[in-house]
Design a protein around this ligand. Structure first.
Ligand code: COA
Length: 383
């Protein structure tokens, strides 16, 4: 297996981007990634996208987007794993380069969610239709059940949940690409409107448009593109039961733990070695469950990690320095690749106000649905 590096990155602003279509967003991010590395050729393109068909009526994204990038002829496919589509596209791009089948790969993600589709119903198509959606459940409802279970088993409080949003909005306020660049207080979170008890508006990631892209190549060819490559040293994917009712313990995300174990093993890295992480905080409870499943906090310490400053910038393991899905935004298919870009910038020392000083090892975790699929990558800076 060859060593793989990220050598270029580009992303759009995240937010309600009325002026840009799905193809515009993809081309903007992909062209920025190519430009940043001075590249004019790729062997293949993997595009994370949850549901171009339902959101904007556009399927068959591979050829469409390759053509609009001026690269008709290149092998290009859409990759789908619900909200983990971007992470999965990155994972497949990594495999293509590591295996030697491709030398230069564009791993991208794009989603256009605000063009008038019934977003809640489209997102719900990533849950179990027969056993969950048929009964009227939505994603906020599913994560509310996970939150309730966590509260019951581990004593997590509504204030603990609120602190995750406060921390991530604080980080996002420093990110020029973030959808919401405003700080919020615990009081504001606890007084925001109820969406699905105990989750309120300010516990939820928003509905967003956006795209992100990274350029991958073998490490030994990286100097052609950059003097600061970032190695992908571990890649792990996993799945678990789709319906919450089929899981042993609602408060534990098995696929997250398993994808993490696979990535740690490939990387030869322990959770304690990770210095900065982006995890899938689609709802505040998700960040708590994910940092526990990944071993980024010790058993039972997830709930208080944001409140205590442990996972804040300046803390022991800063989590979601980009603002996370909560504040940066969550254009679902793009999220996994945008997470990789935050770590790419952190490990190159280019994260500006959000920089984690001296960070050398980073991690991203991106999940689909209520945690039925998960993708983890581990990165090492070589500057
Ligand atoms: N966080 C902070 N502010 C938000 C927000 C969020 N998640 N969602 C919307 N807002 C703001 C809007 O900017 C708007 O502010 P304004 O009045 O100052 O312009 C206001 O709240 C109302 O926005 P609106 O779009 O009408 O909200 P909504 O009630 O239709 O949607 C949610 C709110 C929480 C239901 C929606 O954001 C949502 O479904 N989020 C979850 C997405 C999801 O499930 N993703 C997949 C995860 S697996």
């Amino acid at each position: 297996m060859r060593e793989v590096a990220i050598v270029g990155a580009g992303m759009t602003q995240f937010g309600e981007l009325w002026q840009s279509s799905l193809r515009d967003l993809f081309v903007e991010a992909a062209a920025a990634a190519l430009r940043s590395a001075g590249a004019d050729h790729v062997d293949s393109i993997f595009i994370g996208n949850m549901s171009g068909g339902q959101f904007v009526g556009q399927e068959h994204l591979g050829p469409l987007l390759a053509d609009h990038l001026g690269m008709a002829g290149v092998a290009a496919v859409r990759v789908e794993s619900a909200c983990a589509s971007g992470g999965a596209a990155l994972g497949l791009g990594f495999m293509a380069v590591a295996s030697g089948l491709a030398d230069v790969v564009l791993a991208a993600g794009v989603e256009k969610m605000t063009d008038g589709a019934d977003v809640t119903n489209v997102l719900a198509s990533a849950a179990d239709q027969e056993n969950e959606v048929y009964h009227g459940i939505t994603f906020p409802g599913l994560y509310a059940m996970i939150a309730r279970a966590h509260m019951q088993v581990k004593g997590t409080t509504e204030e603990d949940l609120a602190w995750v949003s406060v921390k991530n909005h604080k980080h996002g306020a420093m990110n020029p690409k973030a959808q919401f660049r405003t700080e919020v207080t615990v009081d504001q979170v606890l007084k925001s409107s109820m969406v699905a008890e105990p989750l309120r508006l300010l516990h939820c990631s928003p509905v967003s448009d956006g795209a992100a892209a990274v350029l991958l190549c073998p490490l030994d060819k990286a100097e052609k593109y950059t003097d600061k490559p970032v190695k992908i040293v571990g890649s792990g994917m996993a799945t678990s039961a789709m319906a919450l009712a089929d899981r042993k313990d609602l408060a534990v995300l098995d696929a997250v733990a398993q994808s993490g174990e696979r990535a740690y093993k490939m990387a030869g890295v322990m959770p304690k070695d990770v210095q900065v992480a982006e995890v899938h905080d689609c709802f505040s409870i998700a960040e708590i469950c994910c940092i526990e499943a990944l071993g980024l906090v010790s058993e039972g310490k997830g709930a208080k990690a944001a409140a205590s400053g442990h996972t804040a910038l300046g803390g022991q393991i800063p989590v979601n320095t980009s603002g996370g899905l909560k504040s940066k935004g969550h254009p679902v298919g793009a999220t996994g690749v945008a997470q990789a870009i935050e770590i790419f910038e952190q490990l190159r020392g280019e994260a500006g106000e959000r920089q984690v000083e001296g960070a050398r090892i980073g991690l991203t975790q991106n999940m689909g649905g209520s945690g039925a699929s998960s993708v983890v990558h581990i990165y090492e800076g070589v500057r």
